[in-house]
Design a protein around this ligand. Structure first.
Ligand SMILES: Nc1ncnc2c1ncn2[C@@H]1O[C@H](COP(=O)(O)OP(=O)(O)O)[C@@H](O)[C@H]1O
Ligand SMILES: O=C(OP(=O)(O)O)[C@H](O)COP(=O)(O)O
Ligand SMILES: [Mg+2]
Length: 401
């Protein structure tokens, strides 16, 4: 990268603004998988060991209304970070104003401070104003004014053009650098996918259908096969006229799915059967059905025939990139599809196997299959966007050397 890196910046005594991706699963106020926090430690430690005052920014989840805020506070993340660093982390429960400014002014060299979820700025006085997600120029400018230099280590957010990554960077010309995680991810993904060994198979799942469906169109030119499972599959079912019952379907993306299927020929592989449930609950009644899903039932995992079919497509692959779980793996009764696909990838000894995404990574770790994979990337949408050959705005905004 011909970009400035954290090692190029003056750090001693400086207020070092850092964008990290701490968008981690939180359950009952406790951090679940902490892979993304652990992945940011090398850069945070480098900054504080060199006398910097680390002021961390991250988003958590998506905030569209006032009521979303309490459950998406970063406080539990500050606690976990403090344990991992083995030192206190000051948590500031607001994203702007005197309380934040005073806390920053009270820092000593080597201190660490975490600012509240940047997406709190998306809702003001009950209005969905998207100040963070819409990259409000005033917000980026304000946050930039709080520090001396900026380090962006949030690879998982690099496909977003938000105030806390692009906004801060553009307001700190010549002083915005990449952290170690950012550099590592780009190097690894570049090596693996710029000239992938073939067959190259992509696996897409998860729940961010409208976000990620567009990527599939571009991947058709790159990949030899594209396996689609998880919540992503049922919009394609709808496009094929297969009944979807109460499964996750993004109605305004059915036409996009149709166009993709028309273009794809036999490149796209969809689930043959699914585990359907009568409610979104681990204790729901379930059954395995092929094809049509009746009203009152929702597909929450792929079925055994789909698993076999996917394995059949994967067995000769030399490069596999996987983003998005095959089912609602957080609920044990719907984790099998994700587990089996992960286990099978682990058996592909001469293939490069890459899993990306906050949730996919949590899934393979939780299910104990991460160790056999070549690379675990902290970015799902980010690695897919990179794979498309697109410039990631978060990286583009970092200063040139
Ligand atoms: N069939 C399904 N129906 C609803 N949600 C699903 C389904 N399959 C997977 N999911 C959900 O998708 C989420 C992860 O999606 P996403 O954020 O796109 O993946 P990643 O974080 O790996 O990039 C998980 O919370 C999982 O429960
Ligand atoms: O979790 C993330 O992406 P991922 O689910 O694709 O891995 C990133 O933190 C980006 O979050 P966003 O998709 O709400 O902007
Ligand atoms: Mg996710």
């Amino acid at each position: 990268m011909a970009k400035l890196t954290v090692e190029d910046l003056p750090l001693e005594g400086k207020k070092v603004l850092m964008r990290v991706d701490f968008n981690v699963p939180i359950k009952d106020g406790v951090v679940g998988d902490d892979n993304r926090i652990v992945a940011a430690l090398p850069t945070i430690k480098y900054v504080i060991e060199h006398g910097g005052r680390a002021i961390l920014f991250s988003h958590l989840g998506r905030i569209k209304k006032e009521e979303d805020k309490p459950g998406l506070s970063l406080r539990p993340v500050a606690e976990r970070l403090s344990n991992l660093l083995n030192k206190p982390v000051t948590f500031v429960p607001v994203t702007e104003g005197k309380q934040l400014e005073d806390a920053i002014n009270n820092m000593n060299n080597g201190d660490v401070l975490l600012v509240q979820n940047t997406r709190y700025e998306d809702v003001k006085d009950g209005e969905y104003v998207k100040r963070e997600s819409g990259n409000d120029p005033e917000l980026g400018k304000y946050w930039a004014s709080l520090g001396d230099v900026f380090v962006n280590d949030a690879f998982g957010t690099a496909h977003r053009k938000h105030a806390s990554n692009v906004g801060i960077a553009t307001n700190m010309p010549g002083k915005a650098a990449a952290g170690y995680l950012m550099q590592k991810e780009i190097k690894f993904l570049g090596d693996a996918v710029d000239n992938p060994e073939r067959p190259f198979v992509a696996i897409l799942g998860g729940a961010k259908v409208s976000d990620k469906i567009g990527v599939i169109d571009h991947l058709l030119d790159k990949a030899d096969k594209i396996i689609i499972g998880g919540g992503m599959a049922y919009t394609f079912y709808a496009a094929k006229g297969i009944k979807t019952g109460d499964s996750l379907v993004e109605k305004d993306k059915i036409d996009v799915a149709k166009q993709i299927l028309d273009k794809a020929g036999d490149k796209i592989v969809l689930p043959i059967d699914n585990v359907v449930a009568d409610k979104f609950d681990n204790d729901a009644n379930t059954k395995v059905v092929e094809g049509d899903i009746d009203d009152g039932w929702m597909a929450l995992d792929i079925g055994p025939k789909s698993i076999k079919e996917f394995e059949n497509v994967l067995k000769d692959a030399k490069t596999v990139v996987w983003n998005g779980p095959m089912g609602v793996f957080e609920k044990p009764n719907f984790a099998k599809g994700t587990l089996e696909v992960g286990k099978f990838l682990g058996t592909l000894a001469d293939a490069t196997t890459i899993v990306g995404g906050g949730d996919s990574t949590a899934a393979v770790k939780q299910l104990g299959v991460a160790g056999k994979l070549t690379h675990i990337s902290t970015g799902g949408g980010a690695s897919l966007t990179y794979l498309e050959g697109k410039v990631l705005p978060g990286i583009a905004a970092i200063s040139e050397k």
